[in-house]
Design a protein around this ligand. Structure first.
Ligand code: CP
Length: 329
């Protein structure tokens, strides 16, 4: 693996290899073991052109727990605001010693463009590009789902895929890089994926995706999902035109207290209610009620801690091996 740009590039064995490596990293991610020396002498740059809490901090924690040096770069407050280009920014960071660039950018395709540009020899990790992809989020979601799925079957997660698992992804699919990366990865791992959204928040061409599409959350819940992944409503990408209205959205597509009661009665992986996932940040009272946000079925904080294991695995696989073939994951 040379870069990590899209989950669509991952074969089933690539995906399982990253998830199994993340399982091996979990004792370090959770601080049972303090650090690994794997990336001593390597430097990871977090290059963020959009805001982030979970992704940036967990990449920093992941790199430090592998003994790498970390540089954090936020476009706000940098020479980007004076007009410096992406090419000059990246080459400046490489001249300071970067080996890997973890980039979040508002432009869809930015990470792939950087990896293909020839501007840098650094490994490039896509930490979210516009509405396009967020591959490490999909991997940490898959790790969370796989733990629940394997535990429900009475065995450990390593080597297990998601064959037979039914996952509903609910909400603002149109603007969601989490949904796109999730659909490709969950399909690769054998899960059955359903999308639930208002017609106005589904992308053109969704009928070509390997999913079933539902407009009614209540009908989709009747199909008996093992997991329900709620998406954040991305009002900042809607240009002030939130349609349907927030109240209608919550009533028809929100995980309300009433729908939480139905989720609690579903057969989840362990027969004790479906898993609830959310990539965060959660809009409490919009796509998810406070009771659902705080429910024991909600794995949102497990997802965050699994993000450290997954990002350790990705950095380890990218930086601790030599690549002579120029391949990307
Ligand atoms: N899930 C996610 O990408 O969160 P942040 O925007 O806080 O990184």
């Amino acid at each position: 693996m040379r870069h990590l740009l899209s989950t669509a590039d991952l074969s089933p064995s690539d995906a399982l290899s990253i998830l199994d490596t993340a399982e091996e990293m979990s004792a370090v991610a959770t601080r049972e073991v303090k650090k690994l020396p794997t990336l001593r002498g390597r430097t990871v740059v977090n290059l963020f052109f959009e805001d982030s809490t979970r992704t940036r901090i967990s990449f920093e924690a992941a790199a430090k727990r592998l003994s790498a040096d970390v540089m954090n770069f936020s476009a706000k407050g940098s020479s980007v605001s004076k007009g410096e280009s992406l090419k000059d920014t990246v080459q400046t960071l490489e001249a300071i010693g970067a080996d890997a660039i973890v980039m979040r950018h508002w432009a869809s395709g930015a990470a792939a463009q950087l990896a293909a540009s020839g501007w840098t020899d650094c490994a490039v990790v896509n930490a979210g590009d516009g509405t396009h992809e967020h591959p490490t989020q999909a991997l940490l979601d898959a790790l969370t789902l796989r733990r629940g799925w394997a535990a429900g079957r009475g065995h450990g997660p390593r080597g297990t895929d998601l064959t037979g698992m039914r996952v509903l992804i609910v909400g603002d699919i149109l603007h969601s890089r989490v949904a796109r990366s999730g659909v490709w990865l969950l399909n690769t791992l054998g899960a059955e994926v359903g999308l639930v959204a208002p017609p106005t928040l589904l992308p053109v061409g969704v009928e070509q995706w390997p999913v079933s599409v539902h407009y009614s959350f209540d009908e989709a819940l009747a199909s008996g999902p093992h997991a329900v992944m709620m998406l954040r409503v991305q009002a900042e990408r809607m240009g002030g035109a939130f349609f349907p209205t927030p109240a209608e959205y919550t009533r028809r597509w929100g995980l309300t207290d009433e729908r939480l009661a139905r989720v609690e009665r579903l057969d989840g992986p362990g027969g004790d209610g479906a898993m609830i996932l959310h990539p965060g940040p959660m809009n409490r009272g919009v796509e998810i009620s406070a009771a659902a946000a705080d429910s024991p079925l909600n794995r949102v904080l497990d997802q965050v801690s699994h993000g450290v294991s997954v990002r350790m695995a990705v950095l380890h696989l990218l930086l601790s091996q030599s690549h002579d073939d120029g391949s990307s994951a």
